[in-house]
Ligand binder design. Structure first.
Ligand SMILES: NC(=O)c1ccc[n+]([C@@H]2O[C@H](COP(=O)([O-])OP(=O)(O)OC[C@H]3O[C@@H](n4cnc5c(N)ncnc54)[C@H](O)[C@@H]3O)[C@@H](O)[C@H]2O)c1
Length: 259
């Protein structure tokens, strides 16, 4: 997609990967609606023409309000980047609310946004849905079942959208980074010490480096975005020999978490 004059909405844009993506797509000429729980005012001030929208994407109503506010500001959405996410929870014994929050933000938000974007996109034969899942959505997040499961769901939903609506003009990309230097990784909210595992297994990228890769993938309209190319190798190993992959992950868990 040529991003010049395109209306791009980025959720979870107050910091981290979302801010960096918004900056990079703005530099490519996009008109931005940047949104987060309490808006993204500082970012909007930095990017001429950008509007900041406060939105909680953990409910369908929050997604509807967000999409309507963005349409009022800049007209129909051309590209929606469902990037907001939470790294919470550990295992099946977590409180029900922890699992519900992880599902709502990491997965259902994508579905709710798509539900309210698709009718107009399919009508005009064009639209672009990007989501931030994670390498954990292709592989696993050691230490956090809610994160692993919801990120796998996000990958599956993006694949399904691409398969189902590709012939009707919908383009879909799914961003699956490993470690990125943001509040999420640094505050180690990934359940069960998972942040330590992420740091132990590979390069931690800056959000701006991820945004550069994202920009290139959107221009090429590439489905799977892997800022850490080794994640593609891990995925191939998993596909080739799932039992060996599980055994390797068990060793990694013992080594890094002592479990
Ligand atoms: N940092 C990493 O190592 C890493 C790796 C893989 C994937 N990711 C994913 O990247 C995305 C961005 O995360 P980040 O690393 O920039 O961390 P971050 O914590 O800086 O950004 C997440 C943003 O989502 C927002 N958010 C959370 N709940 C929300 C809600 N209900 N409504 C609206 N906004 C909400 C937060 O306010 C925050 O600004 C997430 O989906 C995360 O799971 C991060």
């Amino acid at each position: 997609m040529d991003l010049r004059d395109r209306h791009v909405v980025v959720t979870g844009a107050a910091g981290g990967i979302g801010s960096a993506i918004a900056r990079r797509l703005h530099a490519a000429g996009a008109r931005l609606s940047v949104t987060d729980l309490r808006g993204a005012d500082m970012l909007a001030e930095e990017l001429p023409g950008a509007v900041s929208i406060s939105a909680d994407v953990s409910s369908e109503a929050g997604n509807i309000d967000l999409i309507e506010a963005a349409r009022s500001a800049h007209g129909e959405v051309d590209l929606f980047f469902a990037n907001a996410g939470v790294a919470i929870g550990t295992d099946p014994m977590d409180a029900e609310g922890t699992w519900e929050t992880a599902f709502a933000i990491n997965l259902h938000a994508h579905r709710w946004a798509a539900r309210h974007l698709l009718p107009a996109w399919l009508e005009r034969g064009e639209g672009y849905f990007c989501s931030t899942a994670s390498a954990a959505g292709l592989l696993a997040q050691i230490g956090s079942a809610p994160y692993s499961v919801t990120k796998h769901g996000a990958v599956a939903f993006a694949e399904w959208l691409a398969i189902t609506y590709g012939a009707r003009g919908l383009r879909v990309s799914c961003l699956c980074p490993q470690g990125v230097n943001t509040n999420m990784l640094n505050s180690d909210v990934v359940g069960g010490g998972g942040g330590d595992v992420v740091r132990a297994v590979g390069n931690v990228l800056e959000a701006s480096e991820v945004a550069e890769v994202v920009h290139g993938a959107i221009v090429e309209e590439r489905f799977l975005i892997l800022p850490h190319p080794e994640v593609g190798d891990y995925l191939r190993h998993k596909g080739d020999d799932p039992a060996r992959w599980i055994a390797g992950m068990q060793r990694l868990q013992r080594r890094t978490l002592g479990l």
